[in-house]
Design a protein around this ligand. Structure first.
Ligand code: GDP
Length: 195
């Protein structure tokens, strides 16, 4: 089913989001964290979510559908230094509104570069998710960039740091390059989608 994923629509505002239907799982992350690559890898479709080396340009919410019941949502990347404060603020408001009001949102995939986990943005997303009782699955992306030992240490460290958020938060290593953790992540998606 994941492999059937197709682009549906881009929304610049919440009002433009497609009508609520079925279950949505959203992907969030700082710009350049590897979010688009992770999404593409999980649905096995290399060009689907645009991967780009000039981060922070699109501020659109992109919707991808598998069928009427199952959708993936690519939230705008966050945290690029060159984005003006005003744009960041608007982005924060949009994200807060989306997380708060989107009834069909079942959970969040939070993508963090394994070398730079739990930055301010990530903590903000975790705080919001806890507030709205939203499950969060953290992908520590680009795990191929670290040797096995340091990667495992980061995994344990991040698990320890998110423990206060309770059992709605889970963490795994992930690499779009060498496919570490791809099947585990797909399992989480299918559990949340209930297929
Ligand atoms: P996004 O801004 O979060 O959507 O990040 P992208 O998916 O566009 O990736 C940002 C950069 O990181 C690109 O140059 C990717 O090629 C690179 N990248 C993404 N995933 C991986 C990975 O698993 N391993 C490595 N080594 N590089 C990755």
């Amino acid at each position: 089913l994941l492999r059937q994923t197709q682009f549906e629509i881009s929304a610049a505002t919440l009002a433009q989001c497609p009508p609520e239907q079925g279950i949505e799982i959203a992907f969030a992350g700082r710009s350049n964290a590897g979010k688009s690559s992770a999404l593409n890898t999980l649905v096995d479709h290399s060009g689907l979510a645009r991967t780009s080396k000039t981060p922070g340009r699109t501020q659109l919410i992109n919707f991808f559908r598998m069928n009427d019941q199952c959708k993936l949502v690519d939230l705008p990347g966050y945290g690029y230094a060159k984005v003006p404060e005003k744009v960041k603020k608007e982005w924060q408001e949009q994200m807060g509104e989306y997380l708060e009001n989107r009834e069909c949102l079942a959970g969040l995939f939070l993508v963090m570069d394994v070398r730079h986990p739990l930055k301010e943005f990530d903590v903000m997303m975790l705080d919001w998710s806890r507030h709205f009782e939203m499950p969060v699955h953290i992908l520590l992306s680009k795990s191929d960039k670290l040797k096995r030992g340091p990667a495992k240490n980061t995994l344990f460290d991040v698990r320890k740091q998110v423990k206060p958020y309770g059992d709605k938060v889970s963490v795994q290593l992930f690499s779009s390059l060498d496919k570490t953790g791809v099947e585990d992540a797909r399992q989480v998606l299918s559990n949340w989608f209930e297929f």
